[in-house]
Design a protein around this ligand. Structure first.
Ligand code: 4AD
Length: 480
């Protein structure tokens, strides 16, 4: 008889014998004749009873053996499904219990482990830090720190909340891919090992490449554009992005999953901007419906999960960069550096703007368009009517950036000029192939790059990006 999934157990199984394979969540012995064993499968729990009446298939030795099983061992249990005598308290348990007839160990767990699932099940402290003294919960029990949880990620992944978060992450990648493929975009796989940096700047990891140096891709930017010049008119990628940023914050990783796209347009870059706005609305609305159950589970630990406001008309709210500056200024924020185009918004300003926009427009998702050229990368197209500004945009969720994108320069002379203006040397080694791609002509195009981990984090209202990442990498962490 094949083993049955917990979620498939229902009324039709009452009084029938079923077999399940699951982990031991905990054991409790009531007397020499009666014990309880809670089983766990993908975060869901099932109660089983092991009873030794005078006559019957179960002996007292078996009760002793079952209640002595080490927590987390994987067991195969055959038993009769019954309606519980007393209603089962925990919401995670299914509505029937199993009366054990037979039980085998499939894989035994060690007794001593640094983190128990029951501790990982409680949310970590909400503070931003990743180190430090454990905070206590309302009952004075120390909360496992994020560090302990990440050091013991395998245990942490077995919790109901982590199970649900990893499904949401899988969902974001699936929805992005679905939307792109439906639009006719081509899935590409660009190289992550390159002879030069892809975004410029010092935030690039250098690796030994035989007798030379290579660099880990900071984005698929240049390859995406080379594909456009290579007559692929719409491309996308889901892949790792590496950033050598020594930022120890709640939202920075040194490796994250990038969702990138690039496509040609006919008349105006806003065609691509609209495409991206629709993409995000699609992802966010579909997450809410397709992952209702997972969101409900996560809400028990993180109440803001899925409580995400989209504009009423189902479109994106679009403002210009300077509208954002004006809103902040109106709220008394010093925006002089931004008005002089010396700096992009700081994180604090972005968060403040998020609050203002939520109050004024009742949305957690919006787009800022027309950023000053001074704060954008060299490949960004300047507005031909007013080159102080650029044809570029950022997307925000709950006041934090999740995407940046732009129309790109498709004329090689203009590109070389833009590089010089940014203090870069177009004749320097490494840029040749990129610049050559435009020498034979390249259609006007625009695109963007999203951070999957950030979307998951902000959609679920998680306090830290590491909670939204399977195996987070930051300046302190290279394991597990
Ligand atoms: O803003 P970024 O650096 O833009 C680019 O890579 C451009 N090539 C995109 C384009 O097509 N114009 O990165 C894009 C997104 C950000 O909006 C953010 O969501 C995420 O990637 N991101 C990070 N996520 C986690 N940790 C980091 N250190 C991140 N840096 C950027």
């Amino acid at each position: 008889v094949p083993a049955i999934d917990f979620l498939q157990l229902g009324d039709e199984h009452y009084e029938k014998e079923v077999t399940v394979v699951a982990r031991v969540d905990n054991t409790r012995s009531q007397s020499a004749k009666l014990g309880f064993l809670t089983l766990r499968q993908k975060g869901k729990k099932l109660q089983t009873v092991v009873a030794a009446p005078q006559e019957g298939p179960v002996s007292r030795q078996m009760v002793k053996w079952v209640t002595g099983l080490s927590v987390n061992s994987i067991v195969q249990v055959t038993g009769v499904a019954k309606k519980p005598d007393v209603p089962i308290a925990s919401a995670t348990l299914t509505l029937l219990e199993l009366h054990i007839r037979k039980i085998y160990i499939i894989s035994e767990a060690a007794e001593q482990i640094p983190l128990q699932v029951k501790d990982a099940e409680r949310p970590p402290p909400l503070s931003d830090g990743i180190e430090g003294e454990p905070e206590l919960d309302a009952e004075g029990i120390p909360l496992a720190t994020l560090k302990t949880r990440l050091d013991n990620r395998v245990i942490d992944l077995q919790t109901e909340t982590s199970q649900a978060i990893t499904w949401i992450s899988s969902g974001v990648a699936q929805l992005f891919t679905e939307y792109m493929l439906k639009s006719g975009a081509r899935w590409i796989f660009s190289s992550k090992l390159n002879g030069s940096s892809t975004e410029g700047g010092s935030e690039v990891f250098e690796v030994k490449y035989f007798k030379k140096k290579a660099y880990l891709a900071q984005s698929p930017q240049l390859h995406k554009q080379i594909c456009i010049a290579g007559d692929m008119d719409s491309v996308f990628e889901v892949g790792p992005v590496f950033r050598a940023e020594e930022s120890n914050t709640h939202r920075h990783l040194t490796e994250f999953t990038g969702l990138d796209f690039e496509k040609t347009f006919r008349h105006h870059y806003h065609e691509v901007l609209e495409f991206a706005e629709e993409l995000l609305v699609f992802i966010l609305t579909e997450l809410k419906t397709r992952y209702k159950d997972e969101i409900a589970v996560i809400q028990k630990s993180y109440p803001k999960a899925g409580d995400f406001k989209l504009p009423k008309d189902g479109k994106a709210l679009r403002l210009n960069y300077m509208d954002g500056v004006a809103l902040l200024k109106e709220a008394g924020v010093d925006t002089s550096e931004q008005e002089r185009f010396e700096n992009d918004f700081t994180t604090a300003m972005e968060k403040k703007l998020g609050q203002i926009i939520r109050e004024k427009y009742d949305t957690d998702f919006y787009v800022l368009d027309r950023f000053p050229m001074a704060v954008r990368p060299f490949y960004t197209k300047a507005d031909p009517k007013d080159p102080t500004y650029s044809h570029s945009y950022d997307f925000f969720m709950r006041g934090e950036e999740i995407m940046s994108g732009a129309q790109r320069i498709n004329d090689v002379k203009e590109l070389e000029e833009s590089m010089r203006k940014k203090g870069m040397d177009p004749t320097a080694e490494g840029f040749e192939d990129y610049l050559n791609a435009f020498r034979q002509g390249c259609p006007p195009h625009a695109g963007g790059g999203l951070g999957l981990n950030r979307i998951v984090m902000f959609f679920l209202g998680l306090p830290n990006i590491r909670l939204a990442t399977l195996f987070p990498r930051d300046p302190q962490r290279l394991r597990p």
